[in-house]
Design a protein around this ligand. Structure first.
Ligand code: TNX
Length: 514
């Protein structure tokens, strides 16, 4: 009897040593996970995905799951059924009132008899689906039937309850320094959605390129968007294309936050319209990587007409509540000029029905209660913003910037803020960054990716993976559930999934990749 127990124990220990059970490899780590021994759910030819009637967003999530696992199962697409009540052997998505509040919370129950994902709102169902995806074998992520995929689609039995720590879990892509096509941007949105990120900040204008069609000022895009860092052809999104991106993101429960950086970082606009310059002379287009040299003419009335037109034309295709006005790195204005400018722009943005977001230089300005400040300078002072009661997004450049090199030998990226290897990117907490910013003032986290050195989506992926999933976990998971040693192991387990998805990721030697 005793010998038996010892053998069983030894087997159990050696199993844990080989590979963590899939419930122990999730990113972001859920609020609570209870395993159910060796029991598992198996997708069969009879498995149906059951969604409740009357909610198009839920139906969309159902189809998303059908696409994901139907193809991998190598079967005819799984059937999706609209109906109430869980059937045996099925995967059931349902809206319910959970004991945990919040539109992003969910409960996932995987049992031999069936799978249930329940949530208060559709967003929670989408996140439950992403968690379920990570419980399935990696080959679901190939997105095509592979010759060797006559394997069984199984998920370990478990009960998971989960909800995010912060409501703002963002990523920013700089499409100005280098332009990225609509398909490349969709790819980035897809990768964000794997890890439950929910804000996509698009840096749409900077010195090197204006990337969004503005019907009332057409040269901005056609001329101001015609180049990029290094002199390439650049490009811009039409209003229709931005609408397409907004919808694509919305389906994945990601809100797009458009940014037009001003008053500095505006050479592309100044080059497109001479009247925006104090001397009425348009400068040449710019393809270098210096910052801070350009500024709108803050004393001219036409400047504010221009800004109002731009905010209005972007608002037409961007339904999100936010408009990011940049406000960073102004080297040519007096502080009083800067303050006056930001306050007036804040009025314009609000009159167009949007909440203003600005980089942390705007902190000392008189801010509206619903304006948002984005921390980026490691030494930037946030006290004036916190004192005014506004919320802060934490993007400390020496921790959260995805364009920082991993180490001195990284070919891509910059290093002005730090080298950020994978341990440094993970082992920080937003509430410990600044004594001026208590947890109650923090809206969430965001990982900016500036593209001075990044020419295409392959480069973007290399800088974002594995650090983007780290930001996702920092934003989602409870601080006391995070530890580097445990995370490293979970990260290593994502490797085969990223290979399946074709992600060009940095295989840091600090991680044992499976
Ligand atoms: C600082 S972050 C900038 C950007 C650069 C970035 C490069 C911020 C608000 N301004 O203009 O692209 O550094 O890391």
């Amino acid at each position: 009897m005793l010998r038996h127990a010892v053998v069983i124990l030894a087997v159990a220990v050696s199993l844990t040593a080989c590979a963590a059970p899939p419930t122990r490899t999730l990113i972001p780590v859920p609020t609570s996970v209870e395993g159910r021994g060796r029991a598992e759910f198996i997708v069969t030819a009879n498995t149906k995905i059951v969604v409740p009637p009357g909610d198009e967003r839920v139906a969309w999530i159902g189809r998303y799951l059908v696409d994901l696992i139907g193809v991998a199962a190598g079967q005819d697409p799984l059937r999706m059924e609209v109906g109430e009540g869980p059937g045996p052997g099925n995967i059931n998505l349902r809206l319910a009132k959970l004991s945990q509040a919040g539109e992003e919370a969910y409960e996932l129950t995987v049992a031999p008899e069936g799978v249930t994902i329940a949530a208060n709102q559709p967003a929670g169902l989408f996140y439950g689906v992403q968690t379920f995806r990570q419980l399935l074998p990696t080959f679901v992520d190939y997105g095509a039937v592979r010759p060797d995929s006559a394997r069984v689609l199984r998920a370990p039995a478990a009960h998971i309850t989960d909800q995010p720590r912060f409501p703002w879990r963002g990523a920013m892509l700089d499409v100005s320094r280098h332009f990225f096509s609509v398909d490349e941007v969709k790819r980035y949105i897809d990768l964000m959605s794997l890890y439950k990120l929910n804000r996509f900040h698009l840096h749409l204008a900077d010195d090197q390129g204006w990337r969004i069609e503005i019907p009332s000022w057409p040269n901005l895009a056609t001329y101001g968007g015609s180049t990029e860092v290094g002199g390439g052809p650049g490009g811009y999104y039409t209003q229709q294309q931005l609408t397409d991106l907004v919808t694509y993101a919305q389906q994945r429960f990601i809100v797009i936050v458009p940014e037009i950086d001003m008053p500095s970082h505006t050479n592309a606009a100044l080059a497109s319209y001479a009247q925006l310059n104090c001397n009425n002379v348009a400068p040449a287009l710019y393809t270098g990587i210096e910052v801070g040299f350009s500024s709108l003419c803050v004393d001219k009335e036409i400047t504010y007409q221009f800004i109002d037109d731009v905010v209005r034309d972007i608002a037409t295709v961007s339904p999100s509540p936010y408009f990011h006005i940049g406000g960073d790195e102004v080297k040519t204005l007096a502080p009083a000029q800067y303050t006056k400018f930001i306050e007036r722009v804040q009025t314009i943005v609000r009159a167009r029905g949007k909440q203003m977001v600005g980089w942390d230089e705007v902190a000392p300005v008189r801010l509206a209660p619903d304006s948002i400040v984005q921390h980026w300078r490691p030494d930037g002072s946030l006290a004036p913003a916190v004192k005014q009661g506004v919320k802060i997004i934490m993007s400390p450049a020496n921790k959260a910037y995805l364009d920082m090199k991993y180490h001195p030998d990284t070919v891509l990226g910059l290093s002005w803020a730090a080298y950020i290897d994978v341990d440094d990117a993970y082992t920080w907490d937003p509430a410990q960054i600044s004594s001026d910013v208590p947890e109650s003032a923090i809206l969430g986290v965001e990982a900016p990716l500036w593209s001075e050195t990044l020419a295409d989506i392959r480069d973007v992926e290399f800088m974002a993976f594995p650090r983007l999933p780290m930001i996702a976990e920092i934003g989602w998971s409870r601080a006391d559930s995070r530890a580097w040693g445990d995370f490293k192991r979970r990260l290593g387990a994502q490797g085969p999934r990223w290979t399946a998805l074709g992600i060009n990721f940095y295989r840091s030697p600090l991680v044992r990749w499976q």
